[in-house]
Design a protein around this ligand. Structure first.
Ligand code: IPM
Ligand code: SF4
Length: 416
């Protein structure tokens, strides 16, 4: 019998052969809570009569959205969660490590074949390491904290076969924006995306994280790259793992198989106010930008900043806009720092901030005024996402962001 990768994960975890569509109560290997949704989940846990969490070692707690506390309400949430962590014996990364979706993989807390849930929609990011990981609501999270398991309807998978070599200054972000444009914001609702093909094998873990991260922008429950040597390499020294082989069978009952060739891919931009509103950069080139944000769980890694730095060369950022650079984690921040990129970006005119979500969600800082335009390497451009509902957010790759930051208008990075 053949199975998709997702069907294999659930069958292994639940000890019986299951297929897409089946409802199962599956144990979770990890439950991530952060400063925004964590307090709600803890309240639900208590309302359910919860006294002790199912396993403190499997609960991952950190603060990333509003750090350091940007309001009294945020500070109170942090206090409440710190107390809960202490009382439950949960290790709390607090404000020290960075954005949840970077920190969880980095700390070796998402592994191939595991089922991980998180109180955040981009939890699908850990699919980059072959885990079935998905975002859940706070009521479900309260239940998970108590019981360590959750009802899942095993999703059907869409098999994506990606081939070809990325042309100059295009990469993982352009690919996933292209897929979002093609599949649409609800084209994969209740399904999982499974990524295969030479392009995906060649992609480093950073690129796979960019791709898996945005699966939810097509409505998908998960976006998964089955493990290979790169996955095990990334995990060695981070987690106690023994490599194994597991992949979706080619002739499994996929909802759909789609083929893509990236050899002719152009740098892509998602235009306000929807992620699937995707065009080639050439179509919007020349539009004025007020703020450039390079960071977030989608593109806040060393590889992303190295790409931006390569485009920047010895140049400067335009005086007509603000450039905000925020590494996604302490580990990534230190890599950027040690490579001399912080100095380079600061000299070029950027603000480099400590690891956090930053302007991505219009939470802590870097908000836009009415009429302003942001160019952002993050994953969402909904109306009001980064401040005023009268502002516009364009999404792009770090290369496009850097090229545009130098000119002050949306710029094709291939021309810099
Ligand atoms: C605050 C949080 C619940 C939210 C999410 O679930 O994704 C945020 O991280 C986002 O990116 O919109
Ligand atoms: S960086 Fe943005 S997308 Fe990622 S978790 Fe934070 S707010 Fe959500």
């Amino acid at each position: 019998m053949t199975q998709t990768y997702v069907e294999k994960i659930f069958s292994n975890k639940c000890g019986k052969v299951y297929s897409a569509g089946d409802m199962v109560m599956a144990p979770v290997d990890g439950a991530m809570i952060h400063d925004i949704t964590g307090p709600l989940a803890i309240n639900v846990f208590k309302e359910m009569g919860g006294e002790k969490v199912f396993d403190p070692e499997k609960v991952i707690m950190l603060f990333d959205h509003q750090i350091p506390a940007d309001s009294i309400a945020a500070a109170k949430n942090h206090v409440m969660m710190r107390e809960f962590a202490k009382e439950q014996g949960i290790f709390n990364y607090d404000i020290k490590e960075g954005v949840c979706h970077q920190v969880v993989p980095e700390k070796g807390r998402a592994r191939p074949g595991e089922i991980i849930v998180g109180g955040d929609s981009h939890t699908c990011a850990y699919g980059a390491l072959g885990a079935f990981s998905t975002g859940i609501g706070s009521t479900d999270m309260g239940f998970v904290l108590k019981f360590g398991a959750l009802y899942f309807k095993i999703p059907e998978s869409i098999r994506l076969e990606i081939e070809g070599k990325f042309p100059k200054r295009t990469g993982a972000k352009d690919l996933i924006l292209n897929l979002a444009g093609d599949i649409g914001a609800d084209g994969a609702t209740h399904k999982a995306l499974e990524f295969y093909g030479g392009t995906v094998s060649d992609m480093d873990i950073s690129g796979r994280m960019t791709v898996a991260n945005m699966a939810i922008e097509m409505g998908a429950k998960a976006g998964i790259v089955p493990p290979d040597a790169k996955t095990w390499d990334y995990l060695s020294g981070r987690a106690d793992v023994t490599p194994f082989e597991m992949t979706g069978d080619e002739d499994a009952a996929y909802a759909e198989v789609r083929h893509y060739d990236v050899s002719d891919l152009a740098p892509k931009v998602a235009v306000p106010h929807n992620v699937d509103n995707v065009v080639d950069v050439t179509e919007v080139a020349g539009r004025k930008v007020d703020q450039v944000f390079i960071g977030s769980c989608t593109n806040g890694r060393f590889e992303d900043f190295a790409e931006a730095a390569e485009v920047l060369g010895d140049g400067k950022f335009s005086d007509d806009l603000r450039v905000i650079i925020v590494p996604a984690s302490k580990e990534e921040y230190l890599k950027v720092l040690r490579a001399g990129l912080v100095e380079k970006f600061v000299e070029a005119g950027a603000l480099v901030e400590a690891p956090c979500c930053g302007p991505c969600m219009g939470g802590a800082f870097g908000l836009l005024a009415p009429g302003e335009v942001s160019l952002s390497t993050s994953n969402r451009n909904f109306r009001g996402r980064q401040g005023s509902t009268e502002a516009g957010v364009y999404l792009c790759s770090p290369a496009t962001a850097a090229a545009s930051a130098m000119t002050g208008v949306i710029t094709d990075p291939r021309e810099v």
